[in-house]
Ligand binder design. Structure first.
Ligand code: THU
Length: 131
C-alpha cells in the first residue's frame, strides 16, 4: 500500500466523524505488517471529555482484533490548513504499541507530512519504562 493510498483511506473516514460540537472531523488509517488496515474517525460526546479521537479509534479497533506489535504506519488527517497533528493522549497511546511508528499527517488540501512518532514524542514513557 502506498502512502497516498493509506492517506486516502484516512480522508475517506472524515465523513464518518461524529462531530456535532467541534465540527472538526478527523480521519485515521492504521497499516499493519500483514497489509491489513484499521480505520477510525473521531466520535464526540455531549460530555465533551468522553470524546474519542480518530487515531485512538483506529488503534483500539486494531488491538481488539488481535493486532499488537505489527503496526507499521498511521495516517491521520483533517480538513485544516495545518497538518492535523495527533494530540498528546494519542501520541501516548500509540507509543505503547509502536514507539517507532511512521506517521502521515494530512491537511485539508490532501497534502501530508511524513515523520516518525519518536519525533513527536521523544523520550516517551512506555512499557520498558516500568522495568
Ligand atoms: N481530534 C482527533 O480526532 N485527533 C487528534 O489527535 C486531535 C483532536 C479530534 C477530537 C475532537 O473531536 C476534535 O478533533 C477537536 O478537538
Amino acid at each position: 500500500m502506498t502512502d497516498r493510498e493509506l492517506a486516502d483511506l484516512a480522508y475517506s473516514m472524515l465523513e464518518r466523524s461524529y462531530v456535532p460540537y467541534s465540527k472538526f472531523p478527523v480521519g485515521a488509517a492504521l497499516l499493519c505488517a500483514d497489509g491489513s488496515v484499521f480505520t477510525g474517525c473521531n466520535v464526540e460526546n455531549a460530555a465533551y471529555g468522553s470524546t474519542i479521537c480518530a487515531e485512538r479509534t483506529a488503534l483500539v479497533k486494531a488491538v481488539s482484533e488481535g493486532h499488537r506489535d505489527d503496526f507499521v504506519k498511521l495516517a491521520v488527517v483533517g480538513n485544516s490548513s495545518e497538518p492535523c497533528w495527533p494530540c498528546g493522549a494519542c501520541r501516548q497511546m500509540l507509543y505503547e504499541f509502536a514507539p517507532g511508528l511512521e506517521l502521515l499527517v494530512g491537511r485539508g488540501d490532501r497534502t501530508f507530512v511524513s515523520l516518525k512518532l519518536s519525533e513527536l514524542l521523544p523520550h516517551g514513557f512506555g512499557p520498558k519504562s516500568l522495568v
